[in-house]
Ligand binder design. Structure first.
Ligand code: UGY
Ligand code: MN
Length: 182
């Protein structure tokens, strides 16, 4: 977003999450902040300075008796979660409870660290590499990736990452959860 700019609204029934490194958020001027807006909640993103942000929008999958709430926070304030069998550091931006039909994972790898599991799962991912560089394997293809690169991972695509270079990798990962994929 440019200095003094405002977003429009998402379409009906579309939820939204925004995450930024350098920006002033609604009620927050902390770097690395995020906001989750449930579907049909009137809002706008307003930027007083120029800012780089990533926004995910998704048509919300309603579930009877469950209502998602708006959330504003910052990555640093999210607890580190257990990652059994893995070495990367994991934080999640949204609650894991049923009202939320996706989550955003923030994953950190030190140079030389990699995913132990070659994952295959029904969930789709949208990934944005925020810091660092490494190799992403998707199926039988291997891609050198660096900060600023984005990846869409289709359901069931085999996936694996190894961090290279001299600084930590941090990536942000959309993952659909809590709904029957069929
Ligand atoms: O949670 C995940 O599916 C995550 N570990 N996947 C990934 O990093 N490609
Ligand atoms: Mn995965």
């Amino acid at each position: 977003m440019q200095e003094s700019s405002k977003s429009g609204s998402p379409p009906k029934d579309v939820e939204r999450v925004g995450h930024t490194h350098q920006c002033f958020w609604y009620r927050s001027n902390i770097d690395d902040s995020f906001a989750y807006l449930p579907p049909n909640l009137e809002h706008l993103f307003e930027s007083y300075e120029s800012a780089t942000l990533v926004v995910f929008e998704r048509r919300y999958a309603y579930l009877e008796n469950h209502v998602p709430e708006p959330i504003v926070g910052s990555t640093d304030q999210q607890p580190l979660l257990d990652t059994p069998g893995e070495v990367f550091q994991l934080r999640k931006l949204l609650p894991t409870s049923l009202p939320y039909d996706f989550n955003i994972h923030i994953m950190d790898f030190q140079p030389g660290e990699f995913l132990n599991v070659k994952e295959v799962h029904y969930n789709q991912h949208g990934l944005l590499l925020l810091e660092g560089q490494g190799i992403y394997r998707l199926g039988d293809s291997w891609y050198p990736v660096e900060a600023g690169d984005a990846i869409w991972m289709a359901p069931f695509v085999p996936q694996w990452y190894a961090a290279l270079g001299k600084i930590q990798t941090r990536y942000l990962l959309y993952k659909d959860v809590n709904r029957n994929p069929l």
